[in-house]
Design a protein around this ligand. Sequence first.
Ligand SMILES: Cc1cc2nc3c(=O)[nH]c(=O)nc-3n(C[C@H](O)[C@H](O)[C@H](O)COP(=O)(O)OP(=O)(O)OC[C@H]3O[C@@H](n4cnc5c(N)ncnc54)[C@H](O)[C@@H]3O)c2cc1C
Ligand code: FES
Length: 284
Amino acid sequence: MACILEMEEIAPAFKSYVIHEPVIARRHRAGQFVIVYLHEHSERIPLTIADSNPVRGTIRLVVQEVGKTTMEMGTLRPGDSIEVVGPLGKPTHVENFGTCVCIGGGAGIAPLLPIALALDDAGNHVVSILGGRTQELVILRREMEEVSDEIYYTTDDGSFGAKGLVTHALDAYIEDKGRPDLVIAIGPAVMMRAVSEQTRPLGIKTLVSLNTIMVDGTGMCGGCRVPVGGESKFVCVDGPEFDGHEVDFEMLMKRQRIYLEQEEVARRRFLESHQCRATATGGS
Ligand SMILES: Cc1cc2nc3c(=O)[nH]c(=O)nc-3n(C[C@H](O)[C@H](O)[C@H](O)COP(=O)(O)OP(=O)(O)OC[C@H]3O[C@@H](n4cnc5c(N)ncnc54)[C@H](O)[C@@H]3O)c2cc1C
Ligand code: FES
């Protein structure tokens, strides 16, 4: 079991955890993830390693509370323990490409951070475009500013940066500064699809990091299957990063919706039982 050393709420429904995991901290490379389970009967969920410190023996996870398991994780505090398996997935291929535009949307900024850091270390000119629905949802701004040579922000409501979508900022960047050598987009599937469609006619190499239903994380169950370039790929062992121009986003989005009803039931049950416990103990 791995001990949670620090927990911080960094935005509404976003928590950052520092976890003592020396072996994973030593082996971790940008782009990899871990499978976390909270207790014996818990579902296993994949989470990207947002940062690691091999000297301290720690990894950092940034988690958005969207459903039952991530909400349950939100109740954990420093001193609590969880099971963490990894690092899993192929590391990002990093070299000096030239100018790399790193595009992050909402929770996608967490997996983007270690990649931007590695690209910066490899001597690339790192341009970051970060977007969210509102200012509060554009997370990890300080960390991304530290690793970026240029940074642009967009929000849907205009509460921070330019009003609009990350694709508008990418358009403006290309018009102003020309074609980058690489684009990496991580965020909701609709965002990654839009970025990939934007860069396709310009022939800009574009990587996306896929979020699919994962069960075992070892390539055995087939839960994370997604069509890429006409072939069936497993996100957990072949990914999580793929060429955005080859991903079948329609199929990906269909697969992401498979268990929507069951997930909603589990989320409601968790909230009800949690509220019951809080009321019984006199909590709010
Ligand atoms: C390789 C990989 C890396 C990941 N890294 C991270 C990470 O670093 N931080 C993080 O917060 N999450 C990350 N995720 C997503 C995370 O695994 C899910 O958020 C988690 O499994 C949700 O579990 P749950 O039981 O709380 O919610 P569920 O009950 O499974 O989901 C509830 C509903 O929320 C929506 N939903 C779920 N996940 C997402 C999502 N990522 N974006 C938008 N909507 C979603 C869906 O509509 C879903 O039906 C990653 C996923 C993969 C496959
Ligand atoms: S999660 Fe089971 S094959 Fe990838």
